[in-house]
Design a protein around this ligand. Structure first.
Ligand SMILES: Cc1ncc(COP(=O)(O)O)c(C=O)c1O
Length: 485
């Protein structure tokens, strides 16, 4: 049966991981059930057959089956074999949040990691995920525990909806030193991540129906948030110098806002050049439009120092800067921030009081501690070196596995690379094959809005969680086998 064949592909084990094999089988099979690759009532392979297929001991598969049966995913029917339970929880959603659960968001293969089944690590090549193995967990636990112990009765009341004061201060200090942005803590608004930031800005500053320039290609949640709010994204092409500002001016001069990723365009990786930056700022100041600068991974640049943010050039106060801790700490924190122009402080204070930011005070306090005593800068410095090494390992692995059949776009920074294959098969099909083999490659063409015809092709591959040169090599060989179809 077709689904059985697919789930066997997904069950390929990663012997380099420290996770025991029975646990890997359990996690992957559970995920196959949750994603309905295996349907209620489907019979799964016998423990003996699966053990032989995977080259593991039968007891290893039995241990995984026992756990899945105990949790109600599988039902043992004696002689009739083991089947997927008829009483499953609803399928795991691939949407990113309650406001984006609609068909529009599903048509994109979103860069934002979809919620993974409980206990499942992000799959190889996952985009936009910092090195989870290199996060200083001991230190973090110590700081968080200290914060918990220190909780006073005052801390148990509602926090400031604009953000925890010391965190706003720490962010302002950090931005001045690292991103060249001079701002007061009052301009900093803590949010539950980039999408929450963009939704906050759009709700506060735009009227439904107003037009917004977005990059083409772009980070799909940007369009999703805008469309969900009833605004009209205008796709502005990106070339080797970043967004083609002249195109935006020609086709939608009266747009109310532009959303850009100037440091490292998502997903092409190019930087917005200085002339384009100045042209964009000039358009915004002439037309009173707003610019949202999504600086999601500006810290990660591997040749030369990180580029200053666009906001640092904002003489006319038109730029709203959006930062996120998803790439610098970890996405599960669900923490981001905005830096708004002085003139928007009152408006944003009022909006924040209306909606609240939903960010737990204890998390904000822990991040503030982490930043204010220098751990944050040290961590970023380490990650920059680590990611440069991991990227080189992936490049070497791709060269060994594919030779002349691949060309790699190496830009100055970022957390993923673009691999362009000579194969005539489309990148969506290549990505589908890779995903079936448990490798989360994403098609570049998926980042182009559907109603436009031109799109560039390639596979987006995250490298930040590749722990060694051997692992890179193994993964690239797996990718090569998977892409053959
Ligand atoms: C272009 C872009 N912007 C922002 C983010 C951060 O989003 P969030 O803070 O919602 O995790 C990401 C994460 O993948 C991204 O790729």
């Amino acid at each position: 049966m077709n689904t059985q064949h697919n789930y066997l592909d997904v069950l390929q084990l990663d012997r380099g991981r420290r996770v025991p094999l029975h646990r890997q089988i359990y996690e992957r099979m559970r995920s196959a059930i949750e994603q309905r690759m295996l349907q209620p009532g489907d019979r799964v392979a016998s423990a003996r057959a699966l053990a032989s297929e995977l080259g593991v001991a039968r007891s290893t598969v039995e241990a995984a089956y026992q756990q899945l049966t105990g949790e109600g995913y599988l039902v043992a029917r004696g002689q009739a074999g083991t089947v997927v339970s008829a009483h499953l929880p609803p399928p795991v959603s691939h949407a990113v949040g309650p406001r984006t659960v609609d068909r529009r968001s599903r048509k994109h293969s979103s860069a934002s990691p979809n919620a993974l089944p409980q206990g499942t690590a992000p799959p190889p090549f996952q985009l936009g995920t910092p090195a989870l193995d290199a996060f200083p967990r001991k230190l973090w636990t110590r700081l968080a525990a200290r914060r918990l112990r220190m909780t006073s009765t005052a801390d148990m009341f509602y926090g400031d909806p604009c953000g925890y004061g010391p965190l706003r201060q720490a962010i302002a200090t950090y931005l001045l030193v690292s991103r060249g942005i001079a701002c007061r803590p009052e301009q900093v608004f803590v949010t539950a991540g980039y999408r929450a930031s963009l939704a906050f800005v759009v709700r506060t500053l735009l009227k439904p129906g107003e037009r917004v320039w977005t990059e083409y290609p772009c980070y799909p949640p940007t369009r999703d948030v805008l469309e969900h709010a009833g605004n009209r994204p205008v796709a502005v092409p990106v070339d080797s110098e970043g967004m083609l500002v002249a195109h935006g001016i020609r086709h939608a001069p009266k747009a109310r806002m532009a959303v850009v990723t100037p440091s490292h365009q998502a997903p092409l990786g190019v930087s917005l050049t200085l002339p384009r930056r100045l042209q964009l700022l000039d358009w915004a100041s002439r037309t009173n439009a707003w610019i949202v600068e999504d600086d999601y991974d500006g810290e990660y640049r591997y040749s030369g120092a990180p580029l200053p943010a666009l906001k640092s050039l904002d003489a006319h106060d038109r730029v709203i800067y959006a930062g996120s801790f998803s790439k610098t700490l970890y996405p599960g924190l669900a923490l981001g921030y905005l830096v708004v122009p002085e003139r928007l402080i009152d408006t944003c204070n009022e909006a924040a009081r209306t909606w609240s930011n939903g960010c737990p005070q204890i998390t904000q306090a822990t991040v503030a501690d982490f930043m204010s005593v220098g751990h944050f800068s040290r961590h970023l410095k380490k990650m920059r070196l680590l990611y440069a090494r991991r990227r080189a390992m992936l490049v070497a692995g791709l060269a060994a596995a594919f030779g002349e059949k691949v060309r790699v776009d190496l830009t100055s920074g970022g957390m993923h690379l673009i691999a362009r294959f000579t194969s005539r098969t489309g990148d969506r099909e290549l990505a589908r094959r890779a995903q079936q083999a448990g490798l989360n490659a994403q098609p570049l063409s998926g980042r182009y809005a559907a109603r436009h015809s031109h799109s560039d092709k390639g596979l987006l591959l995250g490298f930040t969680n590749i722990a060694s040169a051997e692992e890179a090599m193994r993964l690239c060989m797996r990718l090569r086998d998977a892409l053959k179809g």
